[in-house]
Design a protein around this ligand. Sequence first.
Ligand SMILES: Cc1cc2nc3c(=O)[nH]c(=O)nc-3n(C[C@H](O)[C@H](O)[C@H](O)COP(=O)(O)OP(=O)(O)OC[C@H]3O[C@@H](n4cnc5c(N)ncnc54)[C@H](O)[C@@H]3O)c2cc1C
Length: 267
Amino acid sequence: MSGASARSRHGEHRRSGELRVTRVRHTERITPHMARITFADDGLAGLHSNGTDQHVALYFYEPGVELPRPFTTEAARALLPVAKPRLRRYTIRHHRPELGEVDMDFVLHGADQLASGWAERAAPGDEAIWFGPGPGWSPAPEAEWTILLGDETALPAIGAILEQLPPDLPVSALIEVADRAEEQRLTTRADAQIEWLNRGRRPAGQLLHERATALSAPAGRGNVWGAAEREVVRALRRHFVEGLGVARADTHLTPYWTRGETQDSEV
Ligand SMILES: Cc1cc2nc3c(=O)[nH]c(=O)nc-3n(C[C@H](O)[C@H](O)[C@H](O)COP(=O)(O)OP(=O)(O)OC[C@H]3O[C@@H](n4cnc5c(N)ncnc54)[C@H](O)[C@@H]3O)c2cc1C
């Protein structure tokens, strides 16, 4: 599977991912409920970039499953009839090829939840297996504006997208987080207005839903990128595509999690 490639809708090369057996090198609590985990492996020096919001699938096997070594994509496939991993999707926040390192940021939403709990307890030296990166979003180059919408699960992707948008592009971002302590400093060359929505005691997504569905689209052609809880994303799609008439091809709206359901039910 490794090495296959395809062209994105805007002509960039997109390669399919491959299985990576990495080690946790470093962990850091960047805000009270966000853990940054640095994964390291010599092979990560050659990790190809799939652009903006590229993500990977972390593999979680049941404890006690003996993995064949070396553990490759083919070995994982051969193991499927005996042991299926549970998959959880996470965004590549930074890639430092010179150090063979990748950072991913994990929302800590419950110590008893699979990926979140793993991230909360992760320590240097722990093994972490993941497949990727999957193709990232490629914004239409002719876009005159961009709107970015998300909750904290989308914050790593929004951070990565902002770093890659062209200088001076007008950008409006609405980002819902639990409270002020969860806000992050984001850097960009774009002309970005970033508005933080602190949910306080409201249900997750309510504030983002209210504020995003009150937005209008600026004049000209633009991109709308959004990721959050599934129902919020549905509402965003209705608002921007059906309500405001933004071309479906210029929107990239992805459910990142579903209330009351594990990601097992989605993959
Ligand atoms: C393409 C993609 C990229 C993603 N990138 C990131 C990323 O970089 N960082 C990140 O933190 N997340 C990211 N997510 C979201 C993440 O994959 C989900 O939140 C996932 O469900 C977490 O797995 P879990 O094992 O902790 O919880 P699960 O076992 O999947 O779910 C357990 C319970 O927790 C609830 N739940 C799941 N996530 C949350 C949440 N954030 N807040 C409150 N309740 C929740 C579920 O509704 C369920 O009831 C991404 C998702 C996708 C599809």
